[in-house]
Design a binder for this molecule. Structure first.
Ligand code: NAD
Length: 378
């Protein structure tokens, strides 16, 4: 069983799918681990560290030759996979709902090439799969980094400071969308000394917000308040709810210095939470970080990969925020992949054998076909 780890080629991608730590663990399971030279460089993991862990470091062709499993952070280019074993697994974040060359087209190409593509972002949200969940591990870091990015763009301090020259008041920070990223954003903004409030469509988050010492901002008594969709994800809200939420947010947002938005609905464009008029109502110098910018954005005017200024307000739209902390993001991503494959490792077969619940959830392609119920619309 040969596991190959390739250097990532997507723009701005600094993470790597295995660290020396996880390479060593795969070797201990009995796998041969091959790393493309330089794969860990941008995440501060040197080739020699992989060698010391028992992996073989070589060029791309040697890395792929006879590989049974190819690990990636993002999906590797299907045209650049020659030499793998027939029916090799591609285990990575595959962006299956994305359009075009970095999304669905790539998945179709994996099917055509006979690969078995396993999309880690389709990991079910069940307790036993928590340690395998790349969305959680990467969102956690993104939520943290979003607040640091906001703090460095903000021309004022976060904490209240009483100085001989007078008092600096605490920044008011508002977190919209309290999933994994939002909770970490609340905790980080609190640690920096901001006054924090937060909102979500799932009423279960109210207690979580309070337990972190922040103030919940919630629409009350409107039909459709319970926004829990399937599998712990948010569902689409009623029009009545959306109108009430927009009104509440309007009055609250005008008083905020920092806003972090994280709201996502799987398989759909991100919900629009902040209009241009609401941006205009904020004080000049305020900062908004839109973590959903690559899924269409929660904030009107946000541009992926850019920091734009609208009405004196900075709207930060960094792409791939987890990759801005490449060492930790790779360490957690790599452990997610290791936890996944090792949980299903069949000692006799010397390879992972997936069960139905998790296998069917993550498997996109097999035997030349798309086989995933979410992609087939079943
Ligand atoms: P997510 O990334 O899908 O969405 C981010 C947040 O935005 C969610 O809290 C969502 O409710 C919220 N949102 C969506 N539309 C909104 C709107 N219009 N206005 C305001 N907020 C909106 O969510 P996530 O971070 O993946 O986490 C969602 C839940 O799933 C959490 O409770 C998390 O703890 C749970 N979870 C469980 C597991 C597991 O058990 N293995 C793994 C991951 C997440």
């Amino acid at each position: 069983m040969k596991i190959a780890v390739l250097k990532e080629h997507a723009d701005g991608e600094r993470r790597v799918a295995a660290t020396p730590e996880t390479a060593r663990k795969f070797v201990a399971l009995g796998a041969e681990v091959a790393i493309e030279a330089g794969a860990g460089e941008a995440a501060t993991y040197a080739d020699q560290a992989y060698r010391d862990a028992g992996a073989i470091v070589g060029d791309r062709a040697a890395t792929l030759a006879g590989a049974d499993i190819v690990l990636g952070v993002q999906g590797p280019d299907p045209a650049g996979l020659a030499g793998t074993a027939a029916g090799a697994w591609i285990v990575a974040g595959l962006n299956p709902f994305g359009a075009g060359a970095n999304g669905r087209d790539r998945v179709d190409a994996y099917a055509a090439g006979g690969y078995e593509a396993l999309a880690m972002e389709f990991m079910p949200r069940i307790t036993r799969a928590q340690s395998m969940d790349i969305l959680s591990s990467q969102s956690n870091l993104a939520g943290y980094k979003a607040v640091l990015d906001a703090a460095s763009e903000y021309g004022r301090a976060f904490p209240m400071m009483m100085t001989a020259a007078g008092t600096v008041s605490a920044a008011k920070a508002f977190v919209m969308g309290v999933g994994v990223a939002g909770l970490q954003a609340i905790a980080t903004a609190r640690r920096l000394g901001a006054q924090v409030s937060a909102t979500d469509v799932r009423s279960a988050t109210r207690e979580q917000i309070q337990s972190l010492g922040a103030k919940p901002i919630f629409v009350e008594n409107v039909k459709g308040i319970e926004g829990e969709g399937s599998g712990g994800y948010a569902g689409e809200m009623s029009d009545e709810y959306k109108a009430a939420q927009a009104e509440l947010v309007s009055s609250h947002i005008a008083k905020q210095d920092i806003v972090i938005t994280t709201a996502l609905i799987p398989g759909r464009p991100a919900p629009r939470l902040i209009t241009d008029a609401q941006v205009a109502s904020m004080k000049p110098g305020s900062v908004i970080v839109d973590l959903a910018v690559e899924q269409g954005g929660n904030v009107e005017g946000a541009v992926a990969g850019e920091i734009v200024v609208r009405h004196g307000v900075k709207i930060v739209g960094h792409r791939n925020v987890a990759s801005r902390l490449p060492a930790d993001a790779s360490a957690l991503f790599g452990r997610n992949l290791y936890n996944f494959l090792s949980t299903f490792w069949d000692k006799e077969a010397g390879r992972p054998v997936l069960d139905e619940e998790i296998g069917d959830a993550v498997r996109l392609t097999r035997g030349g076909q798309i086989v995933n119920a979410r992609l087939l619309g079943a």
